[in-house]
Ligand binder design. Sequence first.
Ligand code: NAP
Length: 296
Amino acid sequence: MTLRGANVAGSPPAIEPVLLISPDGMLGRAWQTLLRDRGVVHESVAFPSFDLRDPACVQQAVESRFRTVINCAAYTDVDAAETHEAEAMAINAEGVGRLAERCKQTGALLLHYSTDYVFAGDASVPYRCEEPRRPANAYGRSKARGEELLLGSGCAHLLVRTSWLYAAWGKNFVDTIARACQERPILRVVNDQRGRPTSAVYLAERSIALMQQQARGIYHLTDGAECSWFEFAEEIVRAVHGRARVEPCTSAEFPRPARRPAYSVLDLSKSEALIGASRAWQDNLHDVLGARSAHA
Ligand SMILES: NC(=O)c1ccc[n+]([C@@H]2O[C@H](COP(=O)([O-])OP(=O)(O)OC[C@H]3O[C@@H](n4cnc5c(N)ncnc54)[C@H](OP(=O)(O)O)[C@@H]3O)[C@@H](O)[C@H]2O)c1
């Protein structure tokens, strides 16, 4: 399956060529590989030669020939955002708004990623796509504002919220635990925050599936099932035959600059109705760990 579509009456609109923004990040790298493997005509632009904060840069890079723009760029340091909120806003909010305005001008579809952190995390049932935004930290506020600006621009969009991203590359929880469990006898991991892990490769594949269904609007995409960080860590250690014992602890024992949501499970029913059930995180995790050892 490819992203191709003929631009003739009655058939899906063409979605090539694609402009991929930030092919070097965790998700960007998954997208770069997927576009290449599926033979999708695309080009990419990366920071610092491309900067979402620079209006001229955005204007120039998003040429009118691109039918789809995939934005994997973001300010993602959740704790640093507490003391650098203006910087996070400049990229995650104003930069995204600028990109959306440009896509509105050129008529391109904008695929943009957002986060479970746009919600407060005090719910007890999964967050639906249409739930009001109520972020609990600076990063969440910047991403929520980006969503508002994108939606307000009137551009054709697919706004995908995801959570707990991991991959065989980049700095992420899976890599941290897989390394630490070979070096330390005991790992203490919080057991009072629940969410849904998401493989970056799987996220890109599911995003393509949504595009093939011509989905527009807000969707949630993550791996299937849910867990706490402690349960996630236990599975990682088991899978890599780590030496460490994993012990549960509370968030209060490990205070961080940014408040973390206790319950940030995204409701997947809207995306699953269109593209089928989500694959369990345990299965995606095993694929990612396999790819990780192949890279090592
Ligand atoms: N990671 C998670 O757990 C998670 C969870 C939920 C949602 N998300 C969302 O998923 C998306 C992808 O996240 P990710 O983890 O793949 O991010 P990432 O690995 O941190 O990659 C972000 C990319 O954005 C680039 N960038 C930074 N500032 C920029 C600017 N001013 N202009 C253009 N590019 C800039 C970075 O370049 P440099 O590396 O050179 O700075 C990097 O390549 C983001 O929208 C994020 O908010 C992530």
